[in-house]
Design a protein. Structure first.
Lengths: 162, 294
């Protein structure tokens, strides 16, 4: 796990130098990390289900494509999320993008560090850059999400088509 | 000056999506235009370009709130289709606005030279990216609602493409040499920003867009730090063509000249928009947006 995170940070650091290239940079797309043990939505969010709580964030692939995140819009604790519906947003390069929840449930915690340090999403998308924690209302929704291998293939196909 | 722009022509999207024609009644009923459909239609066979509905109000000064609500409603309808693995056509709304300040998601009050509760103009906190900006008459505002799955699923590319549209307009219609500034989204002539850009993306559907100063009265920009950039200014096509030293009030400049500039800019914007995004515009009646069943 630690090795993967290190690889992700290093890859991020390398990719930052190519992020200024406005057009196609094929090599960077191969290095996004995908972690085993998480589930993934096709809108590039991840879910980590541990006991009664699921943690949600956006993937390394997503943060890489966004570039430097300058602002994160998060909901309040106590609200609810619905599968495949937006719960927040991330802003980069004058473009603000919806973040969708992979599952439905009640928000039990929100990562308040992101308001001061939105860049955590870039530097640590699977750890310190987590966005919300949810109590799943329908745990079977997790089964329809992708696993690590499937998500990796999904990213490759999506990138290849563009 | 503008090096060849690497925009994608229409690759097959990664997942099969069938387009369907709009449910709204319209005098021209756009048949679904998708490169995998087999529906015969003689006018479509003449072009490879996807169709884009155009709500063109370029001579009208429209309240910001109204245009904002049109965009949101078009996007919501389209998101429902996209969730069902279908889609409608792209849209483009072209307007001028009544004087207004708008803020983006991360906008800081520090970029306002007034108390936010005491704004000299109507002020809207929107869901687009970017900092505070001013919209007003003499400025052409374009709101493309595009599905980036049919373009390139890359926000950076999309911003550069919007800039490209304006750069081409300024050069081909006005012989003005404009450029990008790395790290500062927008279109610049020298150190003056002529066009501001700020967008929102939801399920790869874009909205908000760009604003080009044609003959805008720039004085409201002095009440803000436009787009949060302190040491650069804002310009307009009119000022650049006439020399910005002469204040417009003493120049004997006629309003009809402003009108001509707007006409020229508008025509060029639509042309370059179609070129950059490889779209074919289908002009729609504005009454569709204003009808009560929306």
């Amino acid at each position: 796990m630690a090795l993967r995170i290190w690889a992700s940070s290093t890859a991020n650091a390398l990719r930052l130098s190519t992020a200024t290239t406005p057009y196609f940079s094929p090599l960077s797309r191969c290095f996004s990390s995908v972690l085993d043990g998480l589930k993934y939505a096709n809108s590039h969010e991840w879910v980590k289900h541990e006991g009664s709580v699921a943690t949600i964030g956006i993937t390394d692939h997503a943060q890489d494509h966004l570039g430097e995140v300058v602002f994160v819009d998060l909901p309040d604790t106590g609200g609810s999320v619905t599968k495949a519906t937006g719960f927040g947003a991330v802003e980069s390069v004058k473009a603000t993008s919806d973040v969708n929840s992979p599952i439905s449930g009640e928000i039990v915690e929100v990562n308040t560090k992101l308001s001061e340090t939105p860049g955590l999403i870039n530097s640590s998308p699977y750890e310190d850059g987590w966005m919300i924690k949810v109590k799943p209302s329908n745990p079977s929704e997790l089964e329809s999400l992708m696993g690590a291998k499937e998500y990796t293939k999904f990213c490759e196909e999506e990138d290849a088509a563009h | 000056m503008t090096s060849s722009f690497n925009y994608s022509t229409h690759l097959i999207p990664p997942r099969p999506i069938t387009t369907q024609s709009t449910q709204r009644p319209t005098s021209q009923r756009p048949t679904a235009s998708h490169h995998t459909t087999t529906e015969p239609n003689s006018s479509l066979q003449q072009t490879n370009k996807r169709r884009c509905k155009c709500y063109d109000m370029y001579k009208q000064v429209v309240p910001f709130a109204e245009a904002w609500s049109w965009q949101k409603s078009i996007v919501e309808e389209r998101k429902l289709l996209v969730d069902g693995n279908e889609d409608g056509l792209d849209s483009l709304i072209v307007v001028q606005h009544q004087p207004v300040y708008t803020l983006g998601t991360a906008s800081s009050e520090k970029n306002l030279n007034f108390d936010i509760k005491d704004s000299p103009l109507p002020l809207y906190q929107t869901e687009r990216g970017g900092e505070v900006t001013y919209h007003g008459p003499g400025q052409l505002v374009l709101y493309p609602i595009l599905n980036l799955r049919f373009q390139k699923m890359d926000l950076h590319w999309y911003m550069r493409a919007l800039e490209e549209v304006v750069i081409r307009v300024l050069f081909s219609a006005f012989s003005l040499k404009a450029s990008r500034v790395e790290g500062l989204t927008g279109v610049w002539v020298g150190d003056k920003k002529l066009a501001a850009i700020g967008i929102r993306v939801s399920k790869w559907l874009t909205y908000h867009g760009l604003a080009l100063n044609v003959s805008t009265d720039l004085s409201p920009f002095s009440q803000i730090i436009p787009c949060g950039i302190k040491d650069r200014g804002v310009g307009s096509i009119k000022d650049l063509l006439r020399g910005s030293n002469r204040p417009s009030s003493t120049s004997g400049y006629h309003d009809e000249d402003d009108g001509k500039l707007i006409d020229i800019a508008h025509e060029s914007l639509l042309k370059e928009f179609c070129e950059v995004f490889q779209l074919e515009l289908c002009h729609q009646s504005i009454s569709i947006l204003r009808s009560p069943d929306r």
